[in-house]
Ligand binder design. Structure first.
Ligand SMILES: NC(=O)c1ccc[n+]([C@@H]2O[C@H](COP(=O)([O-])OP(=O)(O)OC[C@H]3O[C@@H](n4cnc5c(N)ncnc54)[C@H](OP(=O)(O)O)[C@@H]3O)[C@@H](O)[C@H]2O)c1
Length: 292
């Protein structure tokens, strides 16, 4: 299978490339080579490579910055997603498009099913919801929209690497304990995407995260505990729970955004690891190659 991955240098893009199954011919250009906010740029890449599958891992992911620059977020997450879908449609390719738990407001109090109505709280979530809609309209029978949550990897900008840095630098790290979601290793998501690809014709909206649920505080405590246990940190600052209202940010975040992934488990015939196990695997990897 010829597979084009847009956003190839992001957390997910890199993990997709790393876990690509043997036999696929994969191109994973970064933003410098394929800018999805330019229809011409996407068109050129797709026409030149003629993929049978496009995976859109490119996104404007700066949740707080998006509040101050809605246009930039919509240019990539909404118009960019539509550009990718149109280019895929033109060359007869299928599309896997990645989206987010932030399309929900987090007020439901129970895991969100894929058909729950999106109600984003901020510009990032709104732009991602618009992108999902465009993809489903342009390629109704040949697109898989896969929502995920709280992504991290041994590289890139993410909560785990930020916590490790803060734990080295500070005595005390305040972390919010009243936002609940599910941490997901980009490597787990990449493997799930390849498993969906292997199933062939799956179309529609699905959810995938690692198993379990946690607050950012729980997540930070697990990072600390595990990093100390494997010797990634020699000592670490203390993690202290605080409330969202005591940690103001530009964007509002959903208080509870766990995704109900059972439809994906049924399609793929397997369940993900618990997020703590996935975190441990990532930290061990980081320990072996600290500059990954
Ligand atoms: N990170 C999370 O916690 C999270 C949670 C739920 C869902 N998601 C979704 O998961 C997907 C992958 O996220 P990620 O964590 O891998 O994000 P990431 O590490 O920020 O990677 C996104 C990539 O997209 C690139 N990009 C930005 N604008 C682009 C453009 N106009 N054209 C082409 N590429 C562009 C970025 O390039 P630069 O680095 O050069 O800007 C970056 O390499 C996204 O759809 C995201 O919305 C993420």
């Amino acid at each position: 299978l010829r597979v084009l991955i847009s956003g190839g240098t992001g957390q997910l893009g890199r993990e997709l490339l790393r876990t690509r199954p043997a036999g696929h011919v994969v191109q994973a250009p970064g933003q410098a080579d394929v800018d999805i906010s330019s229809a011409a740029s996407v068109e050129r890449a797709v026409a030149g490579f003629a993929p049978a599958l496009v995976i859109n891992a490119a996104a404007y992911t700066a949740v707080d910055a998006a509040e101050g620059d809605r246009e930039a977020a919509f240019r990539v997450n909404a118009d960019g997603a539509a550009n990718v879908a149109r280019a895929a449609a033109r060359c007869g390719a299928r599309l896997v498009h990645v989206s987010t738990d932030f399309v929900f407001d987090g007020e439901a109090g129970r895991p969100y099913a894929p058909n729950a109505a999106p109600r984003p709280l901020g510009a990032y979530g709104e732009s991602k919801a618009r992108g999902e809609q465009a993809v489903r309209e342009i390629l109704p029978d040949r697109s898989l929209v896969l929502r995920t949550s709280w992504l991290y990897a041994a590289h890139g900008r993410n909560f785990v690497l930020t916590m490790l840095k803060l734990m080295r630098e500070r005595q005390v790290i305040n972390v919010v304990c009243d936002q609940i979601g599910c941490p997901t290793w980009a490597n787990s998501l990449a493997a799930a995407i390849w498993a969906f690809v292997a199933r062939g014709e799956v179309s529609g909206i699905y959810h995938w995260s690692d198993a379990g649920a946690a607050s950012w505080y729980d997540f930070a405590c697990a990072v600390r505990e595990q990093a100390l246990a494997i010797g990634l940190l020699a000592s670490a600052g203390e993690v202290v729970p605080i409330l969202t209202r005591d940690y103001p940010t530009a964007a509002r975040r959903p208080p509870y955004s766990v995704l109900d992934c059972s439809a994906s488990w049924a399609v793929l015939g397997h369940r993900p690891r618990h997020w703590r196990e996935a975190l441990n695997a990532m930290l061990c990897e980081l320990g072996e190659s600290p500059h990954a």
